[in-house]
Design a protein around this ligand. Structure first.
Ligand SMILES: C[S@@+](CC[C@H](N)C(=O)[O-])C[C@H]1O[C@@H](n2cnc3c(N)ncnc32)[C@H](O)[C@@H]1O
Length: 284
């Protein structure tokens, strides 16, 4: 079948669901991922034919897209900080906003030779500590998650990227870590979406991403942050920094929380969409 005919089928079946541009982007991602075909291939080879086996692969992907399965789950990977991360239904798909958080940490700690001790709390695919480790190769980086399935994915990504992050299982809400370790940096992107915000979310997120990674109860939306800020206030070195991705609607409450634990030089930062999404504080 002609590749351009398949592209037309993608548009006729999926445009109503995703819009034309997104469908084009899915189509090109798939042919690049599966067949190593660059996106300009149709411009230079409009009569390109793919074989039956290849047809089956793209049509399977089309069926999954109709069910609103995220494209990253279909191809099993996602780009983050110019690196390819394995993802599956046990981990949150790394978001561009989180990349901004990582870039902020790197801007503040630019020198490659720095040997920092860093902890990431609620690591998912391991995208935060692994990308930090690539840029700060002399640092000792630790990362925890409650989900063993997520840690398996994180460990695989660690291997793929040749990084030496130490992943371990722990519950943020019931931490019992070695009290002797002190960190220069603690970073976290914990669950922060209130149940009441579910309506704003796309169906493919709600149905396919792990709810343990996303949701918090309406009556206690800061429950993870309270535990993390309390832990950080005791386990950061003098002048150590806490970096958090936060719920855009709870910036004021988050600043109050950091002040309560005597963090100073608190900086609330907007993401690329103008939402107050990142927070940093320094401990005395
Ligand atoms: C919003 S996701 C962030 C994942 C990853 N850091 C990222 O930015 O893509 C939150 C992560 O926290 C983990 N998590 C949820 N509850 C937890 C708990 N009680 N203790 C530790 N980790 C938890 C989830 O498994 C999930 O991987």
């Amino acid at each position: 079948m002609l590749l351009r005919e398949i592209k037309n089928i993608f548009h006729s079946e999926l445009d109503v669901l995703y819009g034309k541009d997104e469908v084009s982007s899915f189509f090109y991602m798939l042919i690049e991922y599966y067949f190593n075909l660059e996106r300009f291939v149709l411009a230079i080879q409009p009569e390109l034919v793919i074989d039956k086996e290849q047809e089956t692969i793209v049509f399977n992907a089309l069926s999954e897209l109709k069910l609103e399965r995220p494209i990253q789950h279909i191809i099993g990977s996602c780009f983050f900080m110019d690196m390819d991360f394995k993802v599956n239904s046990h981990v949150l798909i790394p978001r561009p906003e989180t990349e901004e958080l990582v870039r902020w940490i790197l801007e503040d700690n630019r020198k490659d030779e720095l040997a920092l001790t860093i902890l990431d709390m609620g690591t998912g695919s391991g995208c935060i500590p692994i990308s930090l480790s690539k840029h700060l190769p002399n640092s000792n980086i630790f990362a925890l998650d409650i989900s063993l399935d997520a840690l398996e994915v994180a460990n695989e990504n660690n291997k793929t990227h040749g990084t030496k992050v130490e992943f371990f299982q722990a519950d943020i809400l019931n931490l019992n870590l070695n009290l002797n370790t002190k960190y220069d940096i603690i970073v976290s992107n914990p669950p922060y979406v209130r149940e009441l915000e579910k309506e704003e979310m796309q169906k493919n997120v709600i149905n396919h991403e792990p709810s343990i990674a996303l949701f918090v109860p309406d009556e206690d939306p800061l429950k993870f942050y309270k535990a993390i800020v309390d832990f950080a206030s005791k386990h950061l070195k003098n002048k150590g920094s806490l970096y958090l991705e936060i719920n855009q609607y709870l910036g004021k409450e988050m600043i109050e929380l950091l002040l309560k634990y005597e963090f100073h030089t608190i900086d609330l930062k907007q993401d690329m969409y103008g939402n107050e999404r990142m927070l940093k504080g320094i401990i005395r």
